[in-house]
Design a protein around this ligand. Structure first.
Ligand SMILES: [Mn+2]
Length: 241
């Protein structure tokens, strides 16, 4: 006899139309990100960039956002849930964007970290490590791993060797009509990813007084592995502005 499913398990599995909405929301976000990068200039404030992002989503027909956009510059990037303020962009800053929009109630979620000019050795190292943690986790999913705890651990154990327990949040979460839904990548998660669910993979390292790096993609869990739904470059070269 098949176990009766609970509502969170039912809604985790996206049908074709639901998936199309999530992907459409993600493509709109990608267009907004592209436009936002062109808008950056030394001296611009986080608030001005946030306003531009919101205006751009309205212009592209997606005025309802997944959550209030995160725009952070410099040391503020060390704050996981930074609220954009009057901080101005300056040479050598880390820049973090975390935003998404909704299409027919379905959310998208993406984080990118950029560098305003030549990066320091330490910035380069932290970025490369977070990117590698992400690649390790996505490769694990692609090989068919469905245990949330094991996938979380792949990224977490790689980062904890270098940064102790600095990676202070889950590796990711399900995405649907709400931005955070079941299942969850966490060290103690008992969740098993069902085929057809959309997960974020978003490792991060946050160093007080220095800044933070978080990179976040959305991944569809498939029978054979995974399909990355995020189409924005994240290699080191592409994030130096
Ligand atoms: Mn997220």
């Amino acid at each position: 006899m098949q176990k009766i499913k609970l509502i969170h398990e039912v809604r985790a599995v996206k049908n074709r139309r639901e998936l199309a909405n999530i992907i459409k929301a993600q493509r709109i976000s990608e267009r907004v990100l592209k436009a936002t990068l062109l808008k950056l200039k030394t001296g611009i404030t986080e608030l001005a960039v946030e306003a531009f992002i919101k205006k751009s989503f309205i212009k592209l027909g997606a005025p309802i956002l997944s959550f209030s956009p995160i725009v952070s510059f410099g040391k503020n990037t060390a704050n996981i849930h930074h609220v954009p303020g009057k901080t101005k962009l300056k040479r050598g800053d880390i820049i973090m964007f975390d935003f998404g929009c909704t299409v027919n109630h379905y959310c998208s979620d993406m984080t990118r970290t950029y560098f305003w000019g030549e990066l320091s050795k330490k910035q380069k190292k932290v970025y490369k490590d977070v990117l590698q943690a992400m690649d390790l986790a996505i490769d694990k999913i692609k090989k068919g791993e469905h245990s949330a705890k094991i996938i979380d651990k792949v990224a977490r154990s790689f980062l904890s060797k270098k940064y102790k327990n600095n990676f202070k949040h889950g590796l990711g979460h399900g995405v649907g009509t709400v931005i955070h839904e079941w299942p969850n990548f966490k060290p103690k998660s008992e969740d098993i990813l069902p085929v057809g669910c959309v997960m974020t993979v978003e490792p991060g390292i946050y160093l007080k007084g220095f800044g933070g790096v978080r990179i976040e993609d959305m991944v569809l869990i498939t029978k054979k592995g995974a399909k990355n739904l995020t189409k924005v470059a994240k290699n080191l070269k592409s994030v130096i502005l």
